[in-house]
Design a protein around this ligand. Structure first.
Ligand code: SAM
Length: 240
């Protein structure tokens, strides 16, 4: 059974995830910085460093949320980035940020579902996702549709939480993510479940080689996993 944010509800995972991100949108950026001690910024930057030499002209940022990965990806100097997300609340925060940064002509945010992308086949030079795939209702379907809209020869870069394995970091991290993080998340976001869902969904999500197998089944080749910060996160790269 897949992990959902609100276990007492009967709504689908997709509906629950959209509601959860609508609920926490106002505090999402702040909580990211606080709970990761700012390391999330470094993780996105590191992923964009891999994108830069590919010189993508048109980039799709899936599960764009408040647009942080899309904004970071501007360092690769694309002509345009389109970000899609199922949470209107997150998109509204993102649009506000882009307006303040005067980036609306470079980055366009649209409501959209990763499992049913409204783009033609072979459209984007690069497809990127940070901390999104773990939240998909149907991971295989999402990856297959990302593959479909990517041009032949194009690259997909995914950043996602993974599970550290080495002693004693694994133990320290597990204690922090299952005990401390949900408490801070609850107090700041005022959502009872969102930051318990985070470590639970990380535990249940395939990482490392397991993720690469699923990634390859969706069609990607030349895949690679780059663990970050003792394996708390990983970058996955694949080509079409
Ligand atoms: C943890 S946030 C990541 C946001 C941003 N990429 C970042 O790095 O901060 C996950 C986002 O995935 C979105 N999401 C989940 N399932 C989705 C789907 N099927 N299609 C598009 N977006 C989805 C959520 O609405 C949420 O905004």
């Amino acid at each position: 059974m897949s992990v959902v944010p609100y276990k007492e509800q009967t709504a689908s995972k997709k509906e629950q995830v959209a509601t959860m991100f609508d609920n926490i949108a106002g505090k999402y950026d702040l909580l990211n910085r606080v709970l990761s001690f700012g390391i999330d910024i470094y993780w996105r930057k590191k992923a964009v460093r891999l994108l830069k030499p590919l010189r993508p002209r048109l980039i799709l940022d899936i599960a764009t949320g408040t647009g942080d990965f899309a904004i970071e990806a501007l360092a690769a100097k694309p002509e345009k980035i389109i970000g899609v997300d199922i949470s209107e609340g997150m998109l509204a925060k993102g649009r506000e940020k882009l307006r303040k940064m005067k980036l609306e002509d470079k980055i366009e945010l649209r409501k959209g579902d990763s499992e049913k992308l409204l783009f033609t086949d072979n459209y984007f030079d690069a497809v990127i996702v940070s901390f999104g795939v773990r939240n998909f209702e149907n991971l295989d379907k999402g990856l297959v549709d990302m593959f479909r809209v990517l041009k032949k020869g194009g690259t997909c870069i995914i950043v996602e939480f993974s599970k550290p394995t080495g002693f004693p970091f694994k133990q320290v991290y597990n204690f922090y993510s299952s005990r401390i993080l949900p408490l801070i998340g609850k107090v700041i976001s005022k959502d009872q479940s969102a930051y318990s869902y985070l470590p639970e969904s990380v535990q249940a999500f395939p990482d490392g080689k397991d993720f690469l197998n699923i990634f390859e089944k969706a069609g990607f080749h030349s895949t690679k996993c780059i663990p970050l910060t003792f394996g708390i996160s990983s970058i996955y790269i694949g080509r079409k």
